[in-house]
Each structure stands twice: as C-alpha cells, then as structure tokens.
Design a protein around this ligand. Structure first.
Ligand SMILES: NC(=O)C1=CN([C@@H]2O[C@H](COP(=O)(O)OP(=O)(O)OC[C@H]3O[C@@H](n4cnc5c(N)ncnc54)[C@H](OP(=O)(O)O)[C@@H]3O)[C@@H](O)[C@H]2O)C=CC1
Ligand SMILES: Nc1nc(O)c(N)c(N[C@@H]2O[C@H](COP(=O)(O)O)[C@@H](O)[C@H]2O)n1
Length: 221
C-alpha cells in the first residue's frame, strides 16, 4: 500500500480555525491539484472529525478524470474511507451516497445495531481495533479490498496517527498566505505529538500555486 497525505494549511500551520469549520485555504489551482491526487488514488480517507466538521463528499470534481478512470476499468470515483471508532458518522452524511464505495473503519466497541444502520445507509463497515480504529490493520483490510494507493486528506488527528504508525510514504502540503491562529485550531499533525523520535521528511519539490506554495516530501522509512 502506498500512502500519500495531502492537506492545506495556513502560514502558521493551521488546517482550519478554532471553530473547526471548513475553510478554503486552497485556491482554484490547488483544489485542481487535490482533484488530481484523488483521481490517482484508489481510496481517500478522513477522520470522523472531518466528516462531522465539513460533511465532505470526497469525489472527483472533474468529470473527465472520472471517465478516464472508468476507461481503465476503475470505479469513476476512488473509494471513500472514514476512521470512526465509535461509528458516529451521521446517517445522512454526504459520503454515504451512492457515488462511490464508502468504507467505515470502526472499533469493536460499536454496537451491531449501529453498524447495521450505517450499512443500511450505504457504508461497508470494517471492524479494526478494540477501543480505537487500528489504522495499520485498517489499511491491511483496505488492501484486501483492492486499494493499493490511499490518499489521507486529514484532519490533524488522523494525519498524526498515520505518521505515528509509520504508514506515510509521501506528504504534500499547500501553504496558503493567511494566518489563522488559535491554540485550539487544528494543525497539520495534532494527536499527542512526538517527543523523542521525530519523523524525518525529505523535501523533493516546491511549486508556487494560487497565493501560496505546495511543498512535496517523501518520508524516510
Ligand atoms: N485544510 C485541510 O486540508 C483540511 C482541513 N480539515 C479540518 O480539520 C478539522 C478536523 O480535524 P480533526 O479534528 O483533527 O479531525 P480528524 O478528521 O483527524 O478526525 C479525528 C477523529 O478521527 C477518529 N479516529 C479514529 N481512529 C483514529 C486514529 N487511529 N487516529 C486518529 N483519529 C482517529 C477519532 O474520533 P473517534 O475517537 O470518535 O474515532 C478522532 O477524534 C476540521 O476543522 C476540518 O475542516 C480536515 C481535512 C483537511
Ligand atoms: N486541500 C484542501 N484545501 C482546503 O482549503 C480545504 N479546506 C481542504 N479540505 C478538505 O477537503 C474536503 C472537502 O471535500 P469535498 O469538496 O466535499 O469533496 C474537506 O472535508 C477536507 O478533507 N482541503
């Protein structure tokens, strides 16, 4: 499995304001770049924090990219995946519509009743982890479903966990030109933070887009 993280942050490293509402940090050129990364992926994963905050759709914006995928025998949209230990994804979430397969990674602590409701609403429910979603195990299960390239779109909790578990191969981040501030605003990598061993990244490319820059890194094994 090849795992790529992509996100957009402000100059001060925030993914959104402290209100955790969806905020357009990217401009049109960067959103198009995001669409291209989605189009190259077999699956796109977010944490349930992002589902609750943004109600994202996670499909491709550009029709021609869907058509090209179908020409190559792939689904028009990549699969959508949510890490959601307690199965709190709302039953009317946009990611549960029928425009793509949607996997919900949940933990053992979720009830059969809730899993059935989510399955009835359109999700493929996968149980991985006792109290919290075990991301590494989840990624193995997604590989069994044919997902070979996974894009992690955020938010900061999920991105931290993916780095913490040593699952990330590449990171690209758009740095917009606004300052958001706020000690409680989500950042690129939140979680508990690293204290002794810090992931080391290699800067491969810098590109100016919209009013900001895209930084592309590979992650050292
Ligand atoms: N600018 C950008 O590019 C992006 C911005 N955002 C913004 O980020 C914010 C949301 O980010 P954030 O609050 O960090 O939420 P996340 O989207 O990272 O979701 C975090 C939640 O996912 C669940 N989860 C399940 N398993 C794991 C695991 N193994 N590791 C980590 N989390 C897990 C947890 O909830 P539980 O315990 O219930 O399972 C956790 O609280 C929103 O404001 C959104 O707008 C989001 C994406 C991109
Ligand atoms: N790359 C990027 N730039 C921004 O400025 C953003 N706010 C985000 N957010 C992510 O995109 C998701 C929305 O997806 P849909 O348009 O609904 O498909 C959102 O939930 C974040 O994951 N990303």
């Amino acid at each position: 499995m090849h795992v790529v993280v992509n996100a957009a942050m402000s100059v001060d490293g925030k993914l959104a304001s402290h209100r955790r509402e969806q905020l357009a940090i990217s401009g049109p050129e960067d959103f198009d770049r995001v669409d291209r990364i989605r189009a190259a992926a077999d699956g796109v994963i977010v944490g349930v924090g992002t589902v609750v905050a943004d109600d994202p759709h996670l499909t491709l914006d550009v029709t021609d990219r869907r058509v090209q995928r179908q020409r190559h025998g792939r689904p028009g949209n990549p699969a959508r995946v949510v890490a959601d230990s307690t199965a709190r994804t709302p039953l009317d979430a946009r990611i549960l519509d029928d425009e793509a397969t949607t996997y919900l990674l949940v933990s053992e602590q979720t009830s059969e009743e809730r899993r059935t409701k989510l399955a009835d609403a359109g999700a493929e429910v996968i149980v991985v982890g006792d109290d919290r979603v075990d991301l590494a195990a989840g990624i193995d299960r997604l590989a069994d479903e044919g997902i070979e390239r996974l894009m992690i779109e955020g938010g900061g909790e999920l991105i931290f966990s993916a780095f913490d578990a040593g699952l990330v191969d590449e990171l690209s981040v758009f740095v917009g030109s606004q300052l958001i501030g706020g000690r409680d605003a989500p950042t690129l990598a939140d979680g508990d933070g690293f204290t002794e061993e810090f992931p080391v990244l290699t800067l491969d490319d810098i590109e100016q887009l919209d009013d900001g820059v895209v930084l592309k890194y590979t992650v050292e094994a």
